[in-house]
Write a protein that binds this ligand. Structure first.
Ligand SMILES: [Zn+2]
Length: 64
């Protein structure tokens, strides 16, 4: 089973990049890398954003 999340579903207005992971933890890590590289987050600001929007983020996760 592969978990995936689309950046747009996670709340970005324009980016449609999809991130993947075998586990939720791996998916979070990949999302963090993407957030830092593409959206200008720092590790701290991303973690803060993630803890605020965790429920929303979880609902946007798809499994295939
Ligand atoms: Zn993005």
């Amino acid at each position: 089973m592969t978990l995936s999340i689309n950046c747009k579903d996670a709340g970005d207005p324009v980016c449609t990049h999809t991130m993947y992971g075998e586990t939720e933890e791996e998916l979070f890590e990949n999302a963090k890398k993407h957030g830092i590289e593409v959206h200008g987050y720092t590790e701290e600001s991303f973690n803060e954003e993630m803890s605020k929007n965790l429920e929303h983020f979880r609902k946007a996760i798809r499994s295939t």
